[in-house]
Design a protein around this ligand. Structure first.
Ligand code: PLZ
Length: 454
């Protein structure tokens, strides 16, 4: 059985939980490695921060030059229970020593079943469910669409502006943003249709009319251009991630869900970025009281080991013929052991409440920055998934070059922050749920200095 470390205290790491700089960032060793990287790895695989990591613990990355950075990215919302969380490390070590792989489709093992049981219980909806496991978020979304098509016998998929669902052919097609995700990679997959997202801050008719008008546009698209009876599923992130942490106008998703139910269209909630405590609940669909037919997961599920899942109504998941789903590595036993340790940590360490605590500390601090710096047009998000959108205060034009400058300044001061947004004008904050209030306050001080230095 998977071991957890009883009494391992959060963040339970010997990596000191503070920033500490001993060289410039990036330091000389990182620069050397960057030169080797450039010779060995193509530029198509990007680098947000050219700092090579040697070890990490809790919410801190230690680089090869000995600098410690406060990590506001968590590897893009992955290391939510803390990096190298002791319980995850122990579970991985224990499973690795027993066996590393069999292929679940050849000879099964209990860990896979346990992860599926937990997903079936934790995802929204009291109905009977089944889950399957894969290696990534994109693969989860691909499989959700396969299940939806097989279960409904319909071809079309409806997605939204600003949506992100992956980099494979189908999920790249589902993804809205052209550059860098789609440019040069067409032709795209057929039968994908895109509706406007209820993005309150940017809705032409104003935030108050956003939910109603966006819903009307969605219905119009589905009924007049696609045909509701041809739509297999609507795929939507309950809070959009890469698109800029867009929280849909209240009521919009609820109405989309009701429309889907009335027309035999399946609702797929892509909870890859929002799942596993990120927003203060297990899944963000619960904020709108939605019970999606299918839920896709990955990222925070296994503390950094590659794992994803599709969870859905039993009758839909069971509609696929025997052996229609799978893959060599999907639900690898080591990744499953890590996932079980992550679920236990979230439950036993009360990490859902920690996400809310992070919001209570970080959001007011960001709102205080907004008062000082008028280019911060909006502070938004839920739990430990917060962002600021940066616009020209007079014209309202997106300031696409500013997030990069703030992030570069912050990195030089020992804080890693990520950018996002269709217009590249969003800074997003995705700390580990193990981050302390002191670290949050310290990091916001660095952001303050970064905005002051613009
Ligand atoms: N669905 C909602 O956020 C991954 C992408 C980083 P994979 N987001 C980070 C990048 O630039 O590639 C994501 C997501 C949502 C699906 C995915 C895809 O998950 O595990 O990256 O395939």
């Amino acid at each position: 059985m998977v071991q957890t470390l009883p009494g391992a205290d959060r963040p339970g790491t010997d990596v000191p939980q503070r920033r500490r700089l001993v060289t410039a960032v990036p330091g000389p060793r990182s620069q050397e490695l960057m030169a080797r990287r450039s010779a060995a790895v193509p530029p198509g695989v990007g680098t947000a921060l050219p700092v090579f990591v040697e070890r990490a613990g809790g919410g801190v990355l230690v680089d090869v030059d000995g600098n410690s950075l406060i990590d506001f990215g968590s590897g893009i919302a992955v290391t939510s229970v803390g990096n190298a969380a002791p319980a995850v490390v122990a579970a991985v070590a224990e499973q690795t020593a027993r066996f590393t792989h069999t292929c679940f489709m050849i000879t099964p093992y209990e860990g896979y079943v346990q992860v599926c049981e937990r997903l079936n219980r934790l995802t929204p909806g009291g109905f009977e469910k089944r889950s399957m496991l894969v290696n990534s978020g994109a693969e989860a979304v691909e499989n959700a669409v396969k299940v939806a098509r097989a279960a409904t016998g319909r071809p079309a998929v409806v997605v939204f502006d600003h949506g992100y669902h992956g980099r494979t052919l189908l999920t790249m097609t589902l993804t809205a943003k052209y550059r860098p995700y789609k440019a040069g990679f067409g032709p795209y997959a057929p039968e994908v249709y895109r509706a406007p997202m209820a993005y309150p801050f940017r809705w032409p008719g104003g935030a108050d009319r956003c939910a109603d008008e966006a819903y009307e546009r969605f219905v119009d698209l589905v009924t007049t251009q696609v045909g509701a009876d041809r739509v297999a599923c609507v795929v939507v992130e309950p809070i959009q991630g890469e698109g800029g942490f867009v929280v849909p106008a209240p009521g919009f998703l609820r109405r989309v869900a009701d429309f889907c139910a009335a027309h035999g269209i399946l609702l797929v909630a892509d909870e890859v970025q929002t799942g596993f405590g990120r927003t203060g609940d297990w899944f963000a669909s619960t904020f709108e009281g939605i019970e999606p037919d299918l839920v896709t997961t990955a990222k925070g599920i296994a503390g950094g080991l590659p794992l994803g899942g599709v969870t859905g109504r039993a009758e839909l998941m069971d509609a696929v013929h025997v052996s229609g789903l799978g893959g060599t590595f999907g639900g690898n036993p080591v990744a499953c052991a890590a996932a079980i340790a992550v679920f236990d940590r979230i439950e036993q360490d009360g990490l859902l409440a920690e996400a809310s605590r992070i919001e209570r500390t970080l959001k007011p601090a960001l709102l205080a920055l907004q008062k000082k710096y008028p280019i911060i047009a909006e502070v938004r998000g839920i739990g430990a998934m917060l962002a600021v959108e940066l616009n020209d205060p007079t014209t309202g034009a997106p300031l696409a070059d500013v997030p990069g400058k703030v992030a570069a300044f912050a990195a030089q001061q020992g804080v890693l922050v990520l950018t996002a947004g269709t217009y590249g004008n969003v800074l997003r904050f995705l700390p580990s749920l193990a981050i302390t209030d002191a670290q949050l306050v310290d990091a916001v001080g660095v952001l303050d200095a970064a905005f002051a230095a613009l």
